[in-house]
Unconditional design. Sequence first.
Length: 61
Amino acid sequence: MTEKGTIKIRLVRSGIGSPKKLKVVLQGLGLRKLQQVVEKPDNDGIRGMVAKVSHLVEIVE
């Protein structure tokens, strides 16, 4: 975590070929391009979204 209450998420694998539900989760996280990093609030909703697409993203320290 960088600041208190935020996490950085990086897209490391493409969503192409994934089910539509997973593509919608990536869109909701604001991830569009490979290696893109977004900073989101650290709450249960965001953590759940990251868990759904854990094979496509990584948490950046």
